[in-house]
Structures are given as C-alpha cells and as structure tokens.
Design a protein around this ligand. Structure first.
Ligand code: PLP
Length: 434
C-alpha cells in the first residue's frame, strides 16, 4: 500500500462525510461478495437465543475464517517443532514458516524488512515493550509524553508507569465536541519538550480516523518519536509504515480475523537496535557467560523464550486472506455500512450516537438513562452481540461526561440487514425499557 492508497482512504472518508446520509445499503454485488465471505466463518452460522447471531462486537475481537483456524491446527499436525534450535529437518521447516510469517507481516504493512517486525502477544504487550525499553531508556525529568484523550487504557497505563519511573510528564491532546482529535490543541502542545507522541489511528469508541501521517510529520519536526496504536485500523485500512514514516506501530492478530495470543510490534530498525531487551532468557541471546550476555539479531532480541509459533503461522494465513480480498475493498464495504447505519441509528428515538460523521464502522451510543449493560442484554436476547461499559477508555468517557456506553462495531462479514436488526431492536428497547 502506498501514499495514494492512504490518501484515497482519506478522500473516501471525506466523500462519506459529504454524502447524503440516507444512502442506500451496499448494492447487490457487494452483498453477494459478503455472503461468500460470511460462509467462510463457521461461528456465524450459529444461532444465539434462537435467532441467527448478529455479531457486532468486532472492535473487541473479530471472528476467524476456517482457513485461519485450519492453519493453526495444521502447524500442530504437520510442522510442530521448536524454532531456531533444532538442526533437524522438522525444526528447520518450522523455523522457515515462522520467519516467513514475519516477512508476510512486513510486506502487509510495508516495513523495510522483517527485522522490524517483533511478534508479541497483543497490542498491549507491544506498547509495554516500547514503554519499558525505549521509554525508560530515553525519557527523563522535564521530558513530555503526549497522549490523546481518545486512547485505549493500553496506550495510557504503560506511559503512566514510564512517567512515574523517569519523571517525564504526561500531557493530553483533547477532542473536539464532535469527537475528532483537536489538531489545534495538538499543534500548541507539540513543543520540543515532547519526546514521544502515543496516538491511536482509529478510536475504539468514537470510530474517528486520526490523520496519522500529518501527526507524525509534525511530531518529527520537534524531534519527537511516534507510537501508532493500529489495533482498530489494521483490519479496516491499508497501513503503510513507510508512508506514515512511523517509528513504532502496534496491533493484535485477534482484531484482524487472526488468532488470539499473537500481536505485532513494528519498530524502525535503528530504534529497535538501540533499545535494550524487554524480556530476557533463551533465544534472545547470542552468547551467555556466567557474568553477562550479548543480544541476538533483530527481531529475535525481543522474542525471548519459545514464541507462539502456531499463532504466527496462522497470522500469515490471516494476512493472505485479507490481501486476497483487498484492504480497499474492505474499506469500501465498511464505509457503505457506515452510510447505511449512521442515519438510521440517529433516527432511533432517545438514542445519541457518539463520534464524528466521517468514521469507521464503530458506533457507540447511549439511550436516555438506560444502562449500557441493560441495553446490551436486551439486544443479546434478540441474538445481537454488542458491548456495554467503558471500553477501556475511561479518560475519554469522563471527558464526554459519561461512565459507560453501548458499542456496536462491524466486521467484514456484517451486512445492512445485520444493522437493520440492530436498529429495530434499539427502537423496541426505547419502547419497552424507558
Ligand atoms: N488499542 C485499541 C485502540 C484497542 O481497541 C484495543 C483493544 O480493544 C487495544 C489497544 C488493546 O488490544 P489487545 O487487548 O489485543 O492488546
């Protein structure tokens, strides 16, 4: 993916913002494509509460296509051996598959090489790695870490700890009233005291897409490094770390139709090389004496102990799956769902939808004084899975004057019909629960 793809995404967002909001549902051909994709996800054929499952909790975790489930099982059936260790054929094959998975991730996000791709458990672990290694090494009293008001707890709590340990100060970029990042606030707070900007690409509550390339450009002008939390964007948008000029970028396999227990840290090579290891032990060393050790090459320096080999190999299959569909096509499908859902949700009596007009398919809402857990339970009785609560974004909810809200979030297999069922159930909730 290149700059053009990214700027066409941005144009797509602008078009959505400008579009007549009563836009019709995805046309027949696209709906037929989605039917074919849905059929690949076995869990979607389940009934829930006696009705076909409508799974709208994709921002929490996505479902897995059969081929990804098979890839994980196949590793154990045909290729299971520890990596980097054996000199026997089976171990070499397992190592090759595991290395190939890193290479596939590097191609998917356009990293310069697989040395810039570290496999971890999830986005949270990737951020902790950067915070504990880069953060503690580089930050000191007087420095500032700039976060945004829309960060997930995963991109807040590790930095609070770094601030506590180093004496660096946390500062916050606020949101506008309609749920976008306040870029004026960002400009005013981006001084040469800022050493790191930690920012989410897509808000897991508001659905906002932040202008990452622009934020990184400005941060670099004051000499700050930028960590991009791509947990919500990796499954929805083309990601190009070179076009972004990103320093660090993190995501989780399970939010992109891949397995749980595998996640990715992308780090610019020279940064990773200069960073101390995060976890120490086997595999991340070159030599060990009784007194000391020397570190292995990238990325293995950061992958101590036996890694999640099966998860890594299944993540490669996930990437193959997404690449065959094409991220532009996924983006178009999701934007069609947004155009279909947003005006209908906004018409539900008593419902307030949070976040801006231009967004991804993440819809957080409140309904009068009904608690989001009651609303989610009401929808669950109708076979519709949504999440209620604070969505691990308590500082954001506090700044919105809320403690909780409900959230429906789409995936590549959701249809206009799924969203119609959500809207009808919410209309019913308004009649019955208020
Ligand atoms: N960042 C964002 C924006 C998220 O939405 C999430 C999960 O919801 C995370 C980070 C953490 O992801 P994980 O729990 O897979 O580490």
């Amino acid at each position: 993916m290149n700059r053009d793809a990214l700027s066409s995404s941005a144009k797509g967002l602008a078009r959505v913002a400008a579009r007549d909001t009563s836009a019709s549902p995805p046309h027949d051909k696209r709906a037929a494509d989605v039917a074919g994709l849905r059929a690949q996800f076995p869990i979607l054929s389940r009934n829930m509460r006696g009705q076909p499952l409508v799974y709208l909790d994709n921002a929490s975790t996505t479902q897995k296509p059969q081929r990804v489930i098979d890839a994980e099982a196949q590793l154990y059936e045909t290729l299971n051996a520890n990596v980097h260790r054996g000199v026997y054929e089976l171990s070499e094959q397992a190592t090759e598959a595991y290395v190939a998975a890193h290479e596939a991730v590097a191609r998917f996000i356009n990293a310069r090489s697989a040395e810039e791709i570290v496999f971890v458990r999830n986005a949270t672990e990737a951020i902790n790695l950067v915070a504990s290694s880069w953060g503690v090494e580089h930050l000191k009293r007087g420095d500032q870490i700039l976060l945004t008001a829309m960060e997930h707890h995963s991109n807040i709590v590790p930095w609070q700890e770094v601030a506590r340990r180093t004496g660096a100060e946390l500062r916050w970029v606020e949101c506008t009233a309609d749920g976008r990042l306040d870029l004026d606030d960002l400009h005013s707070k981006l001084t040469d005291r800022v050493r790191l900007v930690a920012v989410t690409h897509v808000s897991n509550v508001l659905g906002t897409v932040n202008p990452i390339a622009e934020i990184i450009r400005e941060a670099h002008q004051v000499g700050a490094r930028v960590l991009v939390d791509a947990a919500q964007s990796i499954s929805r948008l083309p990601i190009d770390v070179q076009a972004f000029d990103a320093d660090f970028l993190v995501f989780s396999g399970h939010k992109m139709y891949g397995p749980t227990g595998i996640g990715v840290l992308f780090g610019r090579r020279e940064l990773l090389e200069a960073m101390p290891p995060y976890i120490r032990g086997g595999d991340m060393v070159k030599t060990v004496t009784r007194e000391q050790a020397t570190w292995n090459d990238l990325p293995w320096k950061f992958e101590a102990g036996t890694p999640n080999i099966a998860g890594g190999v299944a993540l490669e299959e996930t990437i193959r799956f997404l690449s065959e569909i094409g991220m532009e096509r996924l983006w178009a499908h999701e934007q069609a769902l947004v155009a279909h859902a947003l005006p209908r949700l906004r018409n539900v009596p008593g419902l307030t939808v949070l976040g801006p007009q231009a967004r991804v398919g993440i819809f957080s809402f409140t309904m009068n004084s009904i608690h989001s857990h009651d609303l989610a339970s009401f929808l669950d009785e109708r076979g519709i899975a949504v999440r209620g609560g604070h969505h691990c974004a308590q500082p954001l909810l506090t700044s919105l004057g809320l403690t909780e809200c409900a959230r429906a979030s789409v995936g590549l297999y959701n249809t206009a019909e799924d969203l119609n069922r959500l809207v009808s159930a919410l209309e019913e909730a308004h009649r019955l629960l208020r």
